[in-house]
Design a protein around this ligand. Sequence first.
Ligand SMILES: [Zn+2]
Ligand SMILES: [Zn+2]
Length: 298
Amino acid sequence: MDKNFYSWIPILSRKLVIGEKLFCDADINNFEKLFISNKMLLSDRRFDRLFNRKHKVSYGRINFRECEECGEKILHLSLNVLNWKGEILVDGDAWIHESGLTKYKVSYPENDCLERVLHILVRDALHSHVHHSSDLPLPPIEAKNGDEAKKSILFEYLRKFVEYKRMIGKVRLKDAIEDIARARGEIVYANSFYDTFRERLADCSDLVSSFKSFDKSFMILEKRLSDRLHLVPPYILVSLSALILFLSLFRESERFPQWIIPLKTISLYWYWPVYAFLLTIFLYFITEAVIIWFFRVR
Ligand SMILES: [Zn+2]
Ligand SMILES: [Zn+2]
């Protein structure tokens, strides 16, 4: 049995319209133009790192045809990643549906799961991020056919949201808020994916309602965290004011009336509690601000 890997490229569906039309249509008929104009494909630091040196991506054998499975128009593309000597590092094929569903097959090297590389190459050419600067890559899924792949991809989205939730608890507040924004952007994609293949995913409506509850909990968390983040400037202000007040009082302490409460061994000045109060305010609010800014969410 042939090993096939599938993934999805959001922008190709041309159904993903949020509010005003934020997405530029990536028409697969203009594919060639897209590839030539996309500098990322020629020199991408991420791939340079992956392949450990400068590399070049080329594509060939482009043709359009109808998918034998679903009848949709597909673009068949063969992709090569070459090093500077022109030796092939990765050789593979992508079959891109108009709906964005894409099948990948790597013919060289074998057994390396480099379908992910092909997916990132194709996706970056056709999809521009709107909600976020980057995302957790949706790894290509092994499936027998397109229909099986659609279900697995939807499940993969669910897995991703669980992963986002886990991630958010492990990073600083500021980063957590960014991650939540990314996660919520991807929920939009996941819903769009479901809408695009609704007939094939009829028995997955439970999954889609769980996307909704994920979105809701991300929204609540985002609100809570950003409220907390907004406390940092006023906290710093309060603590600095307390410090300044303390320092200016301290300088003047000789001029204060010297009322003393004599105890057995020491003398208590009346203004010491005032100093203690101001210093406590300073320490409390500065500590809170530091914790909010530098420490993890949970
Ligand atoms: Zn198909
Ligand atoms: Zn994106």
